[in-house]
Design a binder for this molecule. Sequence first.
Ligand code: FA5
Ligand code: MG
Length: 453
Amino acid sequence: APAPKSPNQRKSSSVTVRGKAYGTHPAWFNVPPNVLDATSRQLHLQRGHPIYITRQIIESHFPRPTFKYYNEYSPVVSAHQNFDSLGFPANHPGRALTDTYYINETTLLRTHTSAHQADTFRADESDGYLVSADVYRRDEIDRSHYPVFHQMEGARSWDRSKVPNGDVAAAVRRDLETLPRHNVKVEDPNPPFHDERNPLQEGHHSAAEAEAIGEHLKRSLENMVVDIFSRAKAAALKDDPNFVDEPLQMRWVEAYFPFTSPSWELEVYYAGDWLEVLGCGVVKQDLYTNAGVPSQLGWAFGIGIDRIAMLLFKIPDIRLFWSRDQRFLSQFDGVSDRLDTLKRFVPFSKYPPCPKDVSFWLRPATTTSSAGGNAKGAFHENDVMEVVRSIAGDVVEDVKLIDEFTHPKTGRRSVAYRIVYRSLERTLTNEEANAFHDGVRRALVEELGVELR
Ligand code: FA5
Ligand code: MG
């Protein structure tokens, strides 16, 4: 029997994204229509949208002319831009068809704003830049995950040939003096880092330079996060004058990115848990060298805008950002012009959830296709997520594995998922939820070749 198609694989041989046509390849193309539609939305450029407002607040910490802003890069990039130019190895899991939306073997929807680092280092003539953009990842479904979200990338570089005596450490320390000092306690301001994961880039810069750049990076980002949380608190107090907040806590943890060394993530204690808000580090020499600016050194960071916007406005579900409902959009009217008027989101009535379960036997593993090690034969949970989204769209709130079982004799694997259907805009009737669920069951069989139980 022929191997079943991967979910949403369409036959058309080209797609148009932001006015430009791209040839698709059937073994690679895995972008479903709802994701393709999202490429035209550009929420970060829609004045008054919470994603736009959050971008404005972040930008205010990295002002012109030191920083230049790039907000209109196309989401379609090459695998070279998204992975190779940043030093991702050929076998990195992020490259798989189960994780990334491809148009053809060499063309994909960017998975992060870092895809533009190399080009921006090459083109940019200022000391720094910000890139904001929509990014695309195949992922799980719940109230904080959507296949499209937004990131803001920032970088600040110093040119050794342009600072006095070529002493970048001294130049960075002078710039550090001009940054405000916040008074929030940082739990782990300087975590030790592993020599092999995050080696000092000897030959490119000294330990003193890397240290000064790291300090400038951390202070800049801490200031931004402190500001965001104080705005979130002010908004909460407008909503509830008796609101008592836990004091803000931040900590730095060592991280790994193939294009920075050392690398860190900044975490914030929020609602009882540590929440990762951004990744960052000292830019690797290769990026500057390959971009034709080998005398530069500096830092870069990448932050998720949606996650920040959710806690700033207290938005309970990431799908709301995509809503065209005026009961959502009108709540942010005028805030772009007066950031001090920022208020919390007031949920319109909460409609009831319709949970439904589905269980099925997985198709026995088939031989894998040879698409660059991107096996279309093996079962991957992200394929289930995409089938559900393709049928129920934004009416699906959550999909969770609730049971898993391997038959002792046949070795076949069975899984069960609970799918919660709930519209953000109206009450679903049980008939509607059943219709979605029947559609999902059929599509699981057709697209993934599973056997329903
Ligand atoms: C990156 O994407 C790196 N490009 C960040 C970077 C840039 C590092 C420059 C060094 C220098 P990561 O996958 O961790 O890293 O994502 C960065 C941030 O995006 C996260 O901290 C989080 O705030 C946000 N983010 C990541 N995945 C999601 C998601 N599924 N939904 C919402 N926000 C997300
Ligand atoms: Mg991360």
